[in-house]
Design a protein around this ligand. Structure first.
Ligand SMILES: *Cc1c(COP(=O)(O)O)cnc(C)c1O
Length: 414
């Protein structure tokens, strides 16, 4: 046992030496603009609760009612012990909201990615992902056994080259007797940079080369498009995406994940997605809260929240110019620092000034690309954004980037 302890201690020491050590900070308050972190009141710019729904009375009431009616736990996988009303209602609500034939909910977005990709691909297939795709996509790609190819971030030429190569090897029938396939997977709004994928052009390429497309809208659902369905809606490509994915834990204010698309896709996942089949269904309260979140996003109140969010984002971007070269059209504003230890120092400095923005380091982003990841919520008010800008200025942030971050600005973005 001492060997085990010594080795773990050594590993942690190595991570500390590289400025990569992470620890949990106790928080005493719910997610909202004002939090109490490690006993200290701070203004919170760390949460993905973009529309401020995590503490919304309608969501809390839905969760409470579900606990009273259906209890605290779901008992087993839904294939084993039955499918409860909160789960069925949630999926119906997601499908209506997204305008798809069906939807399937998972315990997390992470599990949704793992389940869906694993269900659709095996070693005869090819999976093609953007270099900056979320860890759950990377892990799913590795686990599913398909040939993994990575294209440079938003690089359409690189993607096309891979698709041409893939088309030449995916025509034949594999061992299973079915046609092998290439699946492209990308985020729509990237989680650590806030920039957008060129979804129209990617959809064109997948059609030209007979591939399939899966889009993770974790940071876009609720925020973009006439019906707030996501960036795919804003760019008019929803119908061309075979597999749409998202989380219920960000703009929807609850927890869980989902895949939506055709009825056949949903039936396939119920039969083949291992994270759905072999995992206890989400707590009824989580599903009920998420369904209430989906309903709220669709309502006039949802539109008002979105309007407030973009207003706060605009205030912050206006205050950050001109040093902040990019003006990301998302609720994620990365302040690139570079060195890991410098990013941690900057975050500590800001906490001392009453502002909480987390330092994001490897492996969440590439080494030497450490940053403060500032996220904005509709729950912030203009006094909050003013206080943020004052603290950033006092801390000498943002610093002029050594090279401008890659940020694309597709038409149709807000
Ligand atoms: C947060 C996130 C997920 C995972 O969703 P969870 O519900 O938190 O598991 C997936 N993809 C992206 C891009 C994310 O940012």
């Amino acid at each position: 046992m001492t060997d085990f302890a010594d080795e773990l201690a050594e590993r942690l020491e190595a991570s500390r030496a590289q400025g990569l050590y992470r620890e949990l900070r106790p928080i005493a308050s719910p997610q909202s603009p004002s939090i109490e972190l490690e006993g200290k009141p701070l203004l919170n710019f760390s949460s993905n609760d973009y529309l401020g729904l995590a503490t919304e009375p309608a969501l809390k009431a839905a969760a409470t009612e579900a606990v009273e009616r259906y209890g605290a736990g779901a008992g087993a996988s839904r294939l084993i012990c039955g499918s409860l009303p909160p789960h069925r209602e949630l999926e119906a609500a997601i499908a209506v909201f997204k305008g798809t034939e069906g939807a399937l909910s998972f315990s997390t977005g992470y599990a949704a990615a793992l389940g869906a990709i694993g269900a659709l691909l095996d070693k005869d297939d090819v999976i093609v992902i953007d270099r900056l795709a979320h860890a759950c996509i990377v892990d799913a790609a590795r686990l599913c056994g398909a040939k993994l190819r990575v294209f440079a971030h938003n690089d359409l030429n690189g993607l096309e080259k891979i698709l041409k190569w893939a088309a030449s090897r995916t025509q034949s029938r594999g061992v299973a007797g079915r046609k092998s396939r290439a699946l492209i997977v990308t985020e729509s709004v990237f989680s650590m940079d806030g920039d957008h994928a060129p979804l129209r052009e990617i959809a064109d390429l997948k059609d030209q080369h007979g591939a399939w497309l899966m889009v993770d809208e974790a940071h876009a659902t609720g925020l973009y498009g006439p019906k707030r369905r996501g960036l795919a809606e804003a760019l008019g490509v929803s119908e061309r995406i075979e597999i749409q994915m998202g989380t219920l834990g960000k703009a929807f204010g609850a927890s869980g994940g989902y895949i939506c698309g055709s009825r056949l896709l949903v039936d396939c996942l119920v039969n083949l997605a291992r994270t759905f089949i072999f995992s206890t269904a989400p707590a009824p309260a989580a599903a009920a809260a998420a369904a209430a979140g989906v309903r709220l996003v669709q309502s006039q109140a949802g539109e008002e929240r979105r309007r407030l969010l973009w207003q706060r984002v605009a205030e912050i971007n206006a205050g950050l110019k001109p040093i902040h070269a990019s003006s990301p059209t998302s609720a994620i504003i990365p302040l690139i620092i570079g060195a890991e230890s410098q990013a941690v120092k900057a975050a500590t400095d800001l906490r001392e000034r009453g502002i909480f923005i987390p330092a994001i380091r490897y492996p969440s982003v590439a080494r030497g690309q450490a940053r403060l990841r500032l996220t904005v919520s509709a729950a912030h008010n203009s006094a909050d954004t003013a206080q943020l800008l004052t603290a950033l200025t006092a801390a000498g942030l943002p610093r002029a980037p050594k090279e401008s971050p890659t940020v694309s600005r597709p038409a149709g973005a807000p």
